[in-house]
Design a protein around this ligand. Structure first.
Ligand code: GLA
Length: 697
């Protein structure tokens, strides 16, 4: 795969439909992008190369550099800024060699700095069958003096945007996560990130870039696989190139790289689709399905008791709920917050992970056995990285929380954060969760995280510390160990809703809780954004009571069920107060979900319309194209079901064979008809959502 073009070295990585070509120019100072797009895009002149004059700039500022130091790009933004003990910057690298695999799916290009001894290896990996390129950098201090990393990005991605860059991103807050927005960038920069030690609610570590003149055309994406503080910045230069820098945000200050030290920076992943944002979503889905590997199975239908009982958990009422849940067809019963000692509200208990004997008088084992006797699996909520000041754990180990010497602690939701980077804390967290899984018959864990890190300190510790890096590394290790030792336990990642959803977690957790907001119309917008970045097997969704806690615009039970079926169906309502009719309807929806969930899990997703348009639907086409599942919602913004307009709409389905014929059991449609004219859906004041299953004739 290595080819010499003139005096330069050039490599092409090949994905399922895409290729990514990089080269080291003759001067050998950096690696440059040649082309990134569909197969064949590397032939002919490069759309990102620049060899014009650069008055008042350097050649590196204008070049499509893959990984730039501040010596390479002194004015337009570097990925790596290194400082020596003497305070000198401008580390310059030179090419020294590469390791390239003959399948053209992996490449590692080595660089070294003769002055400081810093070595940098720029890594690429294209997982088989995907259109993503995973990139990361490994830094080694092979010199004799300590180095300080002032900036340590993982990669720069260059995208040709001759008519302006159309950026798509997702912003939010607690109860309003994954809000998809678009911004047109003429010139200048756009930055998103998190300084919270968790991916956070404010921005999703995900960005899409298109040329403004072709919104439905070629689309590039960048996402950060890092469960701590991160940043993504996009800057469009004078010549029309948009360069996206992505990686960690060094919230604890510069990183120390002592002589002999090696540091691997997190993976950031690039994605390409010729088919706009919708096509890009499918590229991300394929990647995440591959990350899930053999754990990509249809998830069980769960019931979660949080909204029914909040902290007032006790055996009797939980069993009442479990009994009804079992009748509805639920498969896993999850007891949320409130089951452990000292936990009657959010002011106490976190840290003391022992079932409260007052709430489970016959014992927790007996309670779980009673749930299981109903034919249900059992799940439990935990938040093991946090501690309430009112707990035994805090009384015994006040030194375990993040703190700055001599400064007051900042409680958030009445709790502090444990310093997971400390080996004894990591051991405590692992053994607490592992102990629960060994001691009790548990199939499902909801792992929560309800506060950001405010204090950048470890009392008594000498020297600068990479607290963010250590916390994330231990979190990942604990997840990996638990998955290895308890392969049958599914783990849900939650952080006060959707605050912990990144590609690193997609490789370690089985499902994400995207938001505490389950109000129908708000939820529709949240899920619509979520599915642009995440596959349906990661989308946990519950049917809750109407009107919901947050969104007071009620919709039918059908709407709420069809909405929760778009990923992993759950129920979170107080089903004790549901009427016999509501329970019968719910049982019907759950049974139908079980028939379609393999298509939802494995099918090709097309996002049709949107929450702000007259129609909003998700189409899932089974891999063999024999079944197509369409979930559709009436998005009318008028409050009150009686005011919904009752005209039919047509949903244009995508990606079907025009020659094929499909049937919904009553009528027959051709693929052409479904694509060009669309699937007719009739709304009425009482009929505001649909689940349609088409079978190929
Ligand atoms: C967070 C979660 C909720 C629930 C509560 C329990 O807010 O997002 O789903 O588990 O914690 O305290």
């Amino acid at each position: 795969m290595t080819t010499l073009t003139g005096a330069s070295r050039r490599w092409t990585l090949r994905g399922a439909q895409t290729e990514y070509t990089v080269a080291v120019p003759a001067h050998g100072r950096w690696l440059e992008l040649v082309a990134w797009g569909p197969h064949g895009v590397s032939d002919g002149p490069s759309a990102v190369a620049y060899d014009g004059p650069v008055p008042f700039l350097t050649a590196g500022d204008a070049a499509a550099i893959e990984y730039a130091t501040d010596a390479d790009r002194p004015f337009t933004g570097a990925d790596l800024v290194v400082e020596t003990a003497a305070g000198d910057r401008r580390v310059g690298l030179g090419y020294t060699g590469e390791v390239a695999d003959p399948d053209r799916r992996e490449l590692a290009v080595d660089f070294a700095d003769p002055v400081t001894g810093l070595r940098a290896t720029v890594h690429y990996r294209v997982p088989a069958g995907t259109d993503v390129v995973q990139r990361w950098v490994e830094l080694t201090n092979a010199g004799s003096g300590p180095l300080k990393l002032v900036r340590a990005g993982s990669a720069g991605f260059c995208v040709p945007t001759p008519h302006g860059a159309l950026l798509s991103h997702q912003w939010g807050q607690w109860e309003q996560e994954f809000q998809l927005s678009h911004v047109e960038l003429g010139h200048g920069a756009f930055t998103i990130g998190s300084a919270q030690g968790v991916p956070g609610h404010l921005h999703v570590p995900w960005l899409a870039v298109r040329d403004a003149a072709e919104p439905a055309g070629p689309t590039w994406g960048v996402a950060v696989a890092w469960t701590g503080s991160w940043e993504i910045g996009a800057e469009r230069d004078t010549g029309g190139l948009t360069r996206v820098r992505a990686g960690r945000q060094l919230v604890d200050g510069p990183l120390e790289l002592g002589p002999g030290d090696r540091l691997t920076l997190p993976v950031v992943t690039g994605a390409y689709s010729p088919d706009g944002l919708d096509g890009l979503a499918r590229v991300w889905h394929t990647h995440q399905r591959q990350l899930a590997a053999d754990r990509l199975t249809p998830r069980p239908v769960l019931y979660n008791s949080w909204e029914a009982t909040y902290f007032a958990v006790e055996a009797k009422s939980q069993l009442e709920l479990a009994e009804i849940a079992a009748e509805l067809g639920v498969e896993t019963f999850v007891v949320d917050d409130g089951w452990f000692v000292g936990r009657n509200d959010d002011t106490g208990g976190l840290g003391d992970w022992t079932p409260d004997p007052a709430k489970f008088p016959a014992g927790f084992d007996a309670f779980i056995a009673d749930v299981r006797a109903l034919g249900l699996n059992f799940g439990l909520w935990v938040e093991p990285e946090c501690v309430n000041p009112r707990s035994r754990l805090y009384a015994e180990h006040p030194e375990w929380v993040y703190a700055v010497d001599g400064r007051p602690l900042t409680p958030v939701r009445n709790q502090y954060l444990l310093d997971l980077g400390r080996p004894e804390v990591a051991e405590f967290v692992h053994s607490t969760v592992d102990g629960l899984l060994r001691r009790y018959d548990i199939d499902y864990l909801k792992w929560d995280f309800n506060r950001p890190r405010t204090e950048p300190g470890r009392p008594g510790a000498a020297g600068p510390l990479d607290l963010d890096g250590a916390h994330v590394a231990n979190l990942h290790r604990i997840y990996e160990r638990l998955r290895h030792d308890h392969p049958g336990v599914l783990i849900e990642s939650c952080a006060g809703g959707g605050g912990r959803a990144d590609l690193a977690m997609a490789a370690r957790a089985d499902v994400f809780w995207p938001s505490d907001n389950t109000g129908p119309l708000d939820r529709l917008a949240i899920q619509y954004g979520f599915l642009h970045a995440n596959a349906p097997h990661l989308l946990s969704s519950w049917v809750t009571d109407a009107p919901g806690m947050f969104d007071l615009r009620p919709r039918s039970l059908a709407f709420r069920f069809v909405l929760a079926m778009a990923g992993v169906l759950g129920v979170g309502a107080d089903i004790r107060s549901w009427t016999a009719e509501q329970r019968a309807e719910a049982a019907g929806w759950i049974a139908r979900y079980k028939e379609i969930r393999d298509v939802v899990t494995h099918g090709e997703v097309h996002l049709i319309g949107g929450p702000d348009q007259a129609r909003c639907a998700v189409q899932y086409t089974a891999p063999d194209e024999r079944r197509v599942v369409v979930l559709a919602w009436h998005t009318g913004r008028l409050d009150g079901a009686g005011l919904l307009p009752s005209r039919p709409v047509r949903l244009p389905l995508r990606g079907l064979d025009p020659a094929a014929r499909y049937s919904d059991g009553e009528r027959h449609y051709s693929g052409t008809h479904l694509t060009a004219v669309g699937l007719p859906v009739h709304w009425s004041p009482t009929h505001d959502a649909d689940l349609i299953v088409l079978h190929r004739d």
